[in-house]
Design a protein around this ligand. Structure first.
Ligand code: GCU
Length: 599
């Protein structure tokens, strides 16, 4: 427990809560991952009590020990400054900035707490607490025990609570929504910093020995005839894993070593997953009494020269970018919101989406698996990051690892992106080259990219050597008025690998009309799209386009009369009820492309 002077030091802001005892001794990271996306779970979502704790007193006074209350109950009355059950109620999941109107611009600690009952279902049962995401740094507590802290606001983390549970229990999750320059992302982002306990909180019950992780994919270059299955078993009695894919007549055993890890490669000829035929197979893994049943698509993505090949066929990616943002719900999108977004992409004749600039909810990739959309997923190494800081690199590596472990069984995900629009410096090259290497190490079946900047109208970002596909953000017609320079891009810098235009476009206020030369009108935005869709096909190295962005989204520094706190480059307005003229320009362009086979 923090001593008084440490507490005082912390109280005076000398050292942040996460750097003092006991918090700094227990970090929850990708090493605690439990692949639960296909497991039955018990939701702890619902009405919780919460407190906006501007001075982080919860951490400094260690309210979570509830010792004050204990003393109070046992000894003479004395004042204490919290009462969990009397704190105002709030929905979990939700972003604090939308759930509590007076907290719209709040950045600091928010404590969430609720009680729950637990009854053991089976002898030897183990229980894990899963926090789907808490932005940006969080600490969890059950029944007065500190479980650990997690850094990174977009990916799940897991903590075992088996031995801490009683019939009646209290959970507390304290979320520090503030960011700093050493974090990923930094405080300067062109999106609103929604914070809080904004994704699902769940309990996962598993047997004493269980399947902690698995990875099932087509072996690249195997002529679509081999499937690799990696498993990780956790528990005292490590046991082999049986895997069955009934529709393929596959029934095999994956032997595991003393660490619980194992791999098997099996021969089979699956119906390959693609956007036009999103075939998913029931994959059932069993180990002792543990059973996991997932639905997994099998497909191959690779590059050959300037081409991207999906299942051996050249593909041209007809995409659109998308933020997780909603006028009422902030970043806590519902399943319907995601399905609406993906249906709008399909209406645009898209086969591809760039989920910017951070890991979206895990349901996004599962829905894309079903609907047949290829995905670019990304960690928020965004703009000017502390590329020289080892702690920042560790944070980025952990977020990338948590993303890849979470989604690598999703056929829809074809590209891992290690960042966006970072100036080409030596430190950045080392930092993002390191991340690209980690992505290749964790997943041999996908492409690695990043959204790079164009320097002096040329493709000359040194990071390109680490990437399989070059993401390129260009704004000819908006930030770069001279459209003609776009056709010079390849003049003396023709890349030797495929390029995806990962951002382009311009701003327009819905319903604001004028001539095609009047900035911020729909006509001006539509003219940019008309020219982009005329020029992009003339670039020999481009194999995909993903304009910025499907719908307008909250952006704190966008403050002119047309923006009013929103980035207006959307093809739709913020609540997706209005399609701007440019929507139809892109839809028709992609419709023509969809009708043609790629060159
Ligand atoms: C950049 C950046 C986006 C931003 C966009 C814009 O390309 O990647 O996050 O919103 O520009 O200026 O609108």
């Amino acid at each position: 427990m923090a001593t008084q002077n440490e507490g005082t030091a912390a109280m005076t802001g000398m050292r942040p809560w996460y750097d003092i005892e006991p918090y700094n001794g227990k970090v929850v990271d990708c090493g605690t991952f439990v692949n639960s996306v296909a497991r039955p779970v018990e939701s702890l979502n619902g009405r919780w009590n919460h407190a906006l704790d501007q001075y982080n007193v919860f951490f400094k006074k260690q309210w979570w020990t509830d010792e004050d209350r204990q003393r109070f109950r046992k000894e003479a009355k004395f004042p204490y400054d919290y009462s969990f059950n009397d704190w105002p109620e709030i929905d979990v999941p939700s972003t604090i900035n939308t759930a509590v109107p007076e907290a719209k611009y709040f950045e600091g600690a928010v404590e969430y707490t609720r009680k729950f009952n637990y009854r053991k279902h089976a002898d030897g049962e183990r229980v894990f607490l899963k926090i789907g995401a808490a932005h940006h740094r969080s600490a969890a507590f059950v029944n007065g025990h500190y479980l650990g802290q997690h850094l990174g606001g977009f990916t799940p983390h897991y903590m075992e609570i088996t031995d801490l549970l009683d019939l009646h229990n209290r959970i507390i999750v304290a979320v520090d929504t503030s960011r700093n320059n050493l974090y990923i992302p930094t405080p300067l982002t062109d999106w609103f910093n929604y914070g809080g306990l904004y994704r699902d909180v769940e309990l996962i019950r598993v047997p004493a020995t269980f399947i902690r992780d698995y990875f099932v994919r087509l072996v690249p270059g195997s002529d679509f005839r081999k499937v690799a299955i990696d498993v990780v078993v956790n528990g005292a009695q490590k046991a082999d894993v049986q895997v069955e894919i009934a529709e393929l007549g596959v029934k095999t055993t994956v032997s595991v070593d003393s660490s619980g890890r194992g791999q098997a490669v099996i021969d089979c000829q699956p119906q390959l997953w693609s956007p036009d035929a999103p075939t998913l197979y029931d994959v059932v893994l069993t180990c002792g009494t543990d059973r996991v049943a997932d639905r997994i698509g099998l497909r191959e993505i690779r590059v050959e020269g300037l081409d991207i090949l999906l299942n051996g066929e050249k593909i041209w990616l007809r995409g659109i970018c998308c933020h997780e943002d909603h006028p009422q719900r902030g970043r806590t999108l519902t399943e319907d919101d995601v399905r609406t977004n993906f249906a709008l992409a399909k209406e645009l004749n898209c086969n591809f989406m760039r989920l910017a600039h951070y890991p979206h909810h895990e349901r996004s990739a599962r829905i894309a698996d079903e609907m047949g959309l290829l995905l670019w997923e990304e960690i928020p190494v965004y703009w000017d990051v502390a590329f020289g800081s080892p702690d920042t690199l560790a944070d980025a590596r952990n977020q990338l690892s948590e993303l890849i472990r979470r989604d690598r069984n999703r056929a829809s995900v074809i590209i891992w992106s290690v960042g966006n629009e970072n100036l080409d410096t030596d430190e950045r090259l080392a930092f993002m080259g390191n991340l690209a290497g980690l992505a290749h190490e964790l997943d041999d079946s996908r492409l690695v990219s990043a959204a790079c900047l164009i320097h002096n109208d040329r493709f000359d970002d040194r990071l390109i050597e680490h990437l399989d596909v070059i993401g390129m953000n260009e704004y000819y017609g908006w930030y770069s008025p001279d459209f003609e320079k776009m056709l010079d891009l390849e003049k003396d810098s023709l890349p030797d690998k495929p390029v995806i235009i990962t951002e382009t476009g311009g701003g327009a206020l819905s319903g604001h009309h004028g001539t095609k030369d009047t900035m911020w009108t729909e006509e001006f935005q539509a003219e940019i799209y008309r020219k982009q869709t005329e020029y992009v096909p003339q670039l020999k190295s481009v194999r995909g386009l993903s304009p910025w962005i499907l719908y307008d989204f909250r952006a704190p520094f966008r403050l002119n009369r047309y923006q009013q706190g929103y980035n207006r480059k959307g093809l739709l307005n913020p609540d997706r009820t209005y399609r701007k003229q440019a929507f139809y320009v892109l839809r028709d362009f992609y419709g023509r492309l969809a009708g043609e086979k790629p060159a």
